[in-house]
Design a protein around this ligand. Sequence first.
Ligand SMILES: [Ca+2]
Length: 412
Amino acid sequence: MVYSQLPLRCVYVISCSLFVLAAGKVPTAAHTNSWRDLFFGNKWLTPAPSSSRLRESKFLPIFTLMPYGTSSCAAPSGELGNCMASKDCLLRNGIPAGPCGGGYGVCCVFLQTCGGIIRENSTYFVNPNHPDVYDGTGSCQVTVQKMHPDICQLRLDLDMFSIAPPEPANHLCNQDQLLISGGSPTPTICGSSTGDHMYIDAGLGQSNPIVLSVITSASFPRLWRVRVSQIHCGSISRADQGCLQYFTAISGRVRSFNYNTVAGRQLSNQDYSICIRNERNFCGIQYNACPDLENNRSRAFTISGNSNNPVPTLVGGGGGANGGSPTSGCTSDWLLIGCIRSADRIPPLPGCEDRVCGGTFSAEAGMLAKTVQSSVRPFRLYFHTDGVEAPNDIDNRGFCLDYVQQPCTNGF
Ligand SMILES: [Ca+2]
């Protein structure tokens, strides 16, 4: 990631050459963690000794040559910080995490844990003892205050997120929960969701703080590091209205929280939208179940049924006013994508479906996983689960789908 910033940061030709020359040498001495020791005692662990990370820490001063004050930088332990004068960092209760800006500034990282107030953009909400695990119980919460009245959204990046999983029968977050209050409604999540993100509508006005709480009970080795970014109302990074998750690439991967093909459990009581920005000149989108490298029979899409057995695709709302059997459609847990069709039908089937569930990803009932396409814009997926799993729904993992937007030629 840092390397990709190189062209922007290469302000001075001589210094960039220095970087290129220096990058060939892999440093052998580990960096110090003194800044972390200062603020968090000796609980900080030395990060994994990957050579790339050592390179990043060593060469940070060389390629962060922009004048400090506005540029972001990376701390040796992986957090993103802002490059600023050392005294400003301390005044703002930041943690100086090594030099940046050619040695004229420090990479200032903002961390908060239980009881903290977040006032700076890109502040991390971390567990007590971070980066060690936390085994305590209670409610650990931080309050996010807008750094400017013109902040419309928060983006939470779950850099590290592992709290106790949902219980096994109905997949309810009974032991641990991440709760967000004060913003738009968000689903309660638990378990492991490292790498996932959420957007929270921050509302208008200065005086509605958003509170992030991790509620814990019983023993579990928890770890979390959530980056909280504040998004201006006019920012190009602002997500579309109503999108809990927002993806902005031609291709990518969407998945449910706590998804994991080995031990993940689809969370109950979810109801949210996943949005994919329609990129210019793209008119349709295709979805495929992600590869499942751990199981003989893929569990990448297991939303309803007993996924320890082969479960077909179910489509449509079923049941309901027409009195059909609830097992003939998706009545309890489902993913909804507007007017989906299987991509392999030429010519395409005249009808299309919206809800899909079961244990095989396709747009038509059956046991064959298929590529699914839709041209309903904007590109959105709606995920709904109720509060019940047992006895009919067992060991469902949720979903993981790879998407690719389709150019406006080619039938879309
Ligand atoms: Ca359910």
